[in-house]
Design a protein around this ligand. Sequence first.
Ligand code: G3I
Length: 472
Amino acid sequence: MTTPRQRNRARLLGAGSLVAATIAVALAVPAQAAGSTLQAAAAGSGRYFGTAIAGSRLNDSTYSGIANREFNMITAENEMKADATEPNQNQFNFSAGDQILNWAQSNGKRVRGHALAWYSQQPGWMQNMSGSALRSAMLNHVTQVATHYKGKIYAWDVVNEAFADGSSGARRDSNLQRTGNDWIEAAFKAARAADPNAKLCYNDYNTDNWNDAKTQAVYNMVKDFKSRGVPIDCVGFQAHFNSQSPVPSNYHTTLGNFAALGVDVQITELDIEGSGTNQANQFQGVVQACLAVARCTGITVWGVRDSDSWRASGTPLLFDNYGNKKAAYTSVLNALNAGGTTTSPDPTSTSPNPTSTSTPTPTPTTTTTPPSGNPSCTATYSEGEKWSDRFNGTVTIRANTNISSWTSYVTVNYPQRIIATWNGSPTWPSSNVMIMKPNGNGALSAGQTVSFGFTVMHGGNWTWPGVTCTAS
Ligand code: G3I
């Protein structure tokens, strides 16, 4: 598919060098205006940007004004937890949770449900239970709460924080865990039965660094659930960071590897203690990691102003105590506006913004797969236009024999990310790999070629993407 922008560019380039100055001006105008709020900027790549809301603060007009303006996904900070919703066994109280849900819905926002089964913030009666009685009570809680909110929740944190910190990779000991290792999958099955349309998430913290035992343990659980058909749709990464627990440099790898299991990933409780440029840079890194992963569907910060935070002294949020935008806000907004992979990439939603063509030439030469067997194809990469922040590339597929279809694999090199494609149907198995298939019929006769293209945000890395193809 050729976008209007590309057709325009082709027409302009065809007009010759005399109009080069005009071209530079024309192409510098973004096809889509930058978002001026977090929710608008995130929507540019098909993502949401959310916040936790404390119901008791909603009558503070500064608080609710910022929340309404900037965010389009809402999590109840405490009001949908078990101690709030089932204070006495089988006596449910949804008033506080409903207040937040109603505020969100009346302002056109979606809601993440938090949290159905958790070792913490249990009502007293549940804390004192064990064994099969607790298992039944937990499943009843999941069923009743998910049923009350049926059809109104985008995604539920079905199970929260079930793994231990440290190097053990073990489950966290709790009264729920002691009911049997299958308590997590039992909770997911009950949630699916109660609200089939809500995405069902496992949510945890200290799962950001790919090398951590806890990360690996959660990954293995999700992999196991997917292989056995346990209904899980997403993994939430709480993302509570500070100097002892900084944003890991391999965060995009973690998100991408989880996504490759066939689940969405979401940043669910983001806050980063600190201030100024350092804090702003860390927030930017988190946003960029999410944008690099097509199945990272959105980011939620854990509160509005620093003073609203569960750890206010660490000033970990995007607005100061008075509701002013911090440097971290600006870095998040800019990172969101820079764009990223989309769950169904739309070339018209991003726009090359050339500022320079005097960029270094990438080092690797054309990459091909040698023909092997029959049918076969060869993929060849050729570079296209280059700008200060992005470049275009073209992959030409040549049929070495008659083929009925082809599949091409494009691997980009971190921090590169593909932000737009044309002439093909992409899917995104991980943060750095795009699988491109033909639009429609991919049949080619021996010797015939077809090309598709894409735009890469290079982040300073000019290495050419690796390209291969297979034929059938
Ligand atoms: O509302 C009462 C108030 O009436 C009472 O005077 C006061 C006395 O301590 O307590 C108030 O409730 C507190 C509540 O926050 C509302 O402020 C609770 O004590 C306090 O325990 C509760 O803390 C919450 C914490 O979860 C409990 O574990 C935080 O607000 C909330 O931000 C935090 O959120 C968790 C996520 O659910 C899971 N991931 C970690 C995250 C941060 O700890």
